[in-house]
Design a protein around this ligand. Structure first.
Ligand SMILES: Nc1ncnc2c1ncn2[C@@H]1O[C@H](COP(=O)(O)OP(=O)(O)OP(=O)(O)O)[C@@H](O)[C@H]1O
Ligand SMILES: [Mg+2]
Length: 249
């Protein structure tokens, strides 16, 4: 398991072993992002900028490219063309190790289908990002315990993902994405598997967290309740930004 501090003497920000990734700039800035799968264009030149502490809902029909865009913006996948900067860090300039480091340090991601590690317990899944950042055992215990309680799954801390309901997995995935207090949180339909009561709790938590810590949030959603916690909505259609609105949903 890596410890970024042990690599701090290596001055190569592109390799993932460098002294420091660039900082500053907007939490998220993207220009002309294009992505094709099997020769079919899925993203056709997306340009987007999100300010510190801003919450943006990314909406659009199924298949319009929301997950693909989130993956390209969060460094989970690479755009074919265009430029993406996360906290001043140009993703296209990073090699794979640098990209992994950028994700670890600057972003938290809630995947549409969770992607929890199946062999780890709920607690261990949430603890992992802190371990990768070299956070002490005492602080890990405090932060993981309080966050699991906040998302309402502390009683299932010892369970593996396969032993959890879809909604419980969703909440563990949310805790994992938030535990290291990232500057940018990317969440792909984080209430898609929750009943309305738990969905409302998760939305309240997202809103509180971004208010408390200034975390910038890009939230993919089909739900007007989720969009309502955001300052702005961006509509994606056929891989293009169709419009942006700050009007009430
Ligand atoms: N790995 C892949 N290989 C080939 N095609 C893909 C791949 N990933 C996504 N696609 C295609 O790209 C298009 C956009 O997919 P994407 O998952 O980004 O849509 P979405 O807007 O997130 O949809 P949903 O609301 O259903 O989650 C779809 O037509 C999908 O079939
Ligand atoms: Mg999707």
């Amino acid at each position: 398991m890596g410890d970024i501090r042990s690599n701090a003497s290596r001055d190569d920000a592109t390799s993932g072993r460098g002294a420091g990734l660039p900082t500053g700039g907007a939490p998220l800035w993207a220009q002309g992002v294009e992505k094709s799968y099997e020769g079919r264009a899925v993203l056709c030149g997306v340009t987007l900028e999100i300010q510190a502490g801003e919450r943006v809902a990314l909406m659009g029909p199924s298949g319009s490219g929301k997950t693909t865009l989130l993956n390209c913006l969060g460094g989970v996948d690479r755009a074919d063309r265009g430029s993406v900067r996360v906290g001043g860090c140009a993703l296209e300039a990073l090699d794979d190790a640098g990209l992994a480091r950028m994700r670890r340090e600057k972003t938290g991601t809630v995947f549409q289908f969770f992607h929890l590690l199946p062999t780890l317990s709920a607690y261990e899944n949430v603890e992992l990002p802190l371990q990768l950042l070299g956070v002490s055992l005492a602080e890990r215990r405090e932060r993981v315990g309080s966050l699991l309680a906040r998302v309402g799954v502390e009683h299932r801390a010892g369970a593996r993902p396969a032993q959890l309901s879809g909604g419980e997995q969703q909440r563990v995935a949310l805790a994992r994405a938030m535990v290291h207090r990232p500057g940018l949180l990317l969440a792909d339909e984080p209430t898609g598997n929750l009943d309305s009561v738990n969905g409302a709790k998760v939305l309240e938590l997202l809103r509180e967290l971004s208010d408390e810590t200034g975390t910038t949030l890009l939230l993919v959603t089909h739900s007007s309740e989720a969009a309502a916690i955001c300052h702005r909505r961006v509509m994606l259609r056929d891989g293009r930004v169709e419009g942006s609105s700050t009007a009430p949903v």
